[in-house]
Design a binder for this molecule. Sequence first.
Ligand code: HEM
Length: 151
Amino acid sequence: MHQLYIFLVGIHIFAAIIGLGPALVFNRILRTAENMNELKSAHKIIGKLNPLSSIGFGLLVITGLLMGAMNPSLFTTVWYMSALGLFIILGIYSSFTVERKMKSMLNIAEAHGGINIPQEYIELLNKKAPYDWVQNALLLTIFILMVFKPW
Ligand code: HEM
């Protein structure tokens, strides 16, 4: 039983790497693009990495809940319940803010024929920045809860 728990922690940490890793660099990848060709390639890379990131986040919650099922006392701890709550908030928040803006940006990039990145796209990318900060702050908070397990 203990070995299985350790195995789940291992999968959980691996899931954190493949979930968070790509998600944290998406913006950097977009901001390196200097023209439409580079921007289209950037979106293509993100499109390929995004499913990997989603699998990571899915695995995080599945392994996290399985560990809770194996050790139900976790459900009485503040750090575990807060992480679970924040994770749900994170999912809803991201799909209504960051992901929607990202979709609009992709649509603009696909529809644009010229070589220069349109102003409309740059404005949207800048508007997305504060939402990215909130998203990253939520991720970081969950990460800190996981590592220090307060209360
Ligand atoms: C952004 C999301 C998450 C990240 C980055 C993350 C990261 C981590 C890391 C790095 C550890 C190892 C910590 C250590 O042992 O020192 C860990 C442990 C753990 N996490 Fe998460 N986690 C996340 C979400 C969740 C969620 C949503 C749950 C609950 C459903 C959860 C439940 C657990 C449990 C039960 C442990 C094992 C604690 C132990 O017994 O040592 N995690 N997590």
